[in-house]
Unconditional design. Structure first.
Length: 72
């Protein structure tokens, strides 16, 4: 399983809250490069990082992330 960010929703939420990606990184206590890569869809977060981001943005997990389950 992997967690994929909903890039448009995350970036829209940042704009609505008046936050930069750097500010998100500071609030979520994650690396700036990590925050930028996740917000741009170039990196999938670990469950721990996804939780930190949802807490920082005060949203539910499903609003900004989707869990991809591989088909076997």
């Amino acid at each position: 399983m992997k967690i994929q960010p909903k890039v448009e929703q995350i970036n829209e939420l940042l704009i609505r809250k008046g936050l930069s990606k750097r500010a998100l990184a500071n609030i979520a206590e994650i690396g700036q490069a990590t925050a930028v890569q996740i917000c741009n869809g170039r990196r999938n977060p670990s469950p721990r990082i996804a939780k930190k981001i949802t807490d920082a943005l005060e949203v539910e997990f499903d609003e900004i992330f989707v869990i991809q389950i591989p088909v076997v």
